[in-house]
Design a protein around this ligand. Structure first.
Ligand code: ZN
Length: 351
């Protein structure tokens, strides 16, 4: 393994063991109030140094500024002690390390819908810090009660800032739906965390207790912040090869998307079906490619895949039209020669 990849793997492996995680099994601890606070720091610093030079670190200033701003809203007076990093990993996770290092994985950002959900997640991580949670030294994780407390604190912090409390419920309900697509072995990773079902019920109880609350979502601000990365994160989502989950994740993103993103998400939903490759999936894939190219601003690849799906269905003339359209819009795509070959073959047959 080359050095950058090794470091990236080390960071991910390290955090799976020692950090708190919002969606996955690791835990947080805060050095605050811990007598041997200094003892934890030497173990963490090399990881943070490696993280800072990691190719997986998302350095985009606008996205980092936005995330820091939301983190500071919910971290209250601990804001200045938190250091937030965005890491390219396509799973739903956010972690908090003992010395105030917060990591949010891009898979979590892809799965959130608005700033209120982000505020809840960051509030949960900051909650571990503010509550002085300490990792169990043998298990490298928080207790389930500490995770419950972090949820309550994240919820309270987001609500105090005027965010819509229903967002916490919607986020956990979405997590639960995705968990249900996993098979038994994969879901054992969640064994140390309070079950998502329980967390969801607890948040519903918290919402019911509120007598008054704000309804801030800042949906368009959130969407604008992540939009430059949407295509890249969707590619990473499919590269996980967990297609049952991806079909669900992308379907739900599509259902909630603004009109301008519907073509892109329709294409990726087609891709999720095509790559899964179960018997009926080709039909679903073809349907979503057709929808993608019928909407404004489809990605170029949607024309290619639409054309190939039409060819497979025996609709050669329409297939040739779609492939010509692909060549028109794809510029100097690396597969240009292949598609030209496919097109020539189709035209030969059509005559
Ligand atoms: Zn946690």
């Amino acid at each position: 393994m080359n050095r950058p990849l090794y470091v990236a793997a080390l960071i991910v492996a390290s955090f799976a063991r020692i950090a708190c995680a919002f969606g996955e099994p690791a835990r947080v601890a805060s050095p605050t109030g811990v007598p041997d606070e200094g003892a934890l720091r030497p173990a963490m610093s090399p990881i943070e140094r490696d993280l800072q030079s990691s190719p997986l670190l998302v350095r985009d200033p606008a996205l980092n500024d936005y995330m820091h701003g939301v983190a500071c809203k919910v971290a209250m007076d601990e804001c200045s002690r938190l250091r937030l990093y965005i890491v390219e990993q396509p799973w739903f996770n956010a972690t908090m390390a003992p010395d105030g290092m917060v990591i949010v994985w891009t898979g979590a950002l892809l799965r959130m819908r608005d700033e209120a959900e982000l505020a809840f997640v960051l509030g949960h991580e900051a909650g571990h810090f503010r509550a002085h949670h300490v990792i169990a030294s043998t298990a490298y994780r928080f207790s389930r009660e500490q995770e419950r407390e972090a949820d309550r604190m994240g919820f309270a912090a987001a609500v105090a800032r005027g965010y819509d409390p229903q967002s916490a419920v919607e986020l956990l309900a979405r997590m639960l739906r995705e968990e249900k697509t996993r098979t038994g072995a994969a879901s054992s990773a969640y064994a140390y965390h309070p079950p998502t079902r329980e967390r969801l019920d607890a948040m519903r109880t918290e919402v019911a207790r509120l007598t008054t609350h704000g309804n801030e979502r800042n949906t368009s601000t959130y969407r604008a912040a992540i939009h430059p990365f949407l295509q890249e994160w969707l590619d990473a989502e499919l590269a996980r090869r967990q297609y049952a989950a991806s079909v669900l994740v992308v379907s739900e993103l599509l259902a909630d998307a603004p009109p301008g993103d519907k073509a892109l998400l329709s294409f990726y939903l087609g891709e999720a079906y095509r790559r899964r490759g179960q018997p009926a999936d080709r039909i679903d894939a073809a349907r979503w490619y057709a929808q993608a190219v019928a909407l404004p601003d489809p990605p170029a690849a949607a024309w290619r895949e639409h054309g190939l799906a039409l060819r497979d269905a025996g609709r050669r003339r329409e297939a040739a039209d779609a492939l010509r359209r692909y060549l028109d819009v794809a510029g100097d795509a690396p597969d240009r020669a292949f598609v030209e070959h496919d097109l020539a073959e189709l035209q030969g047959h059509a005559q």
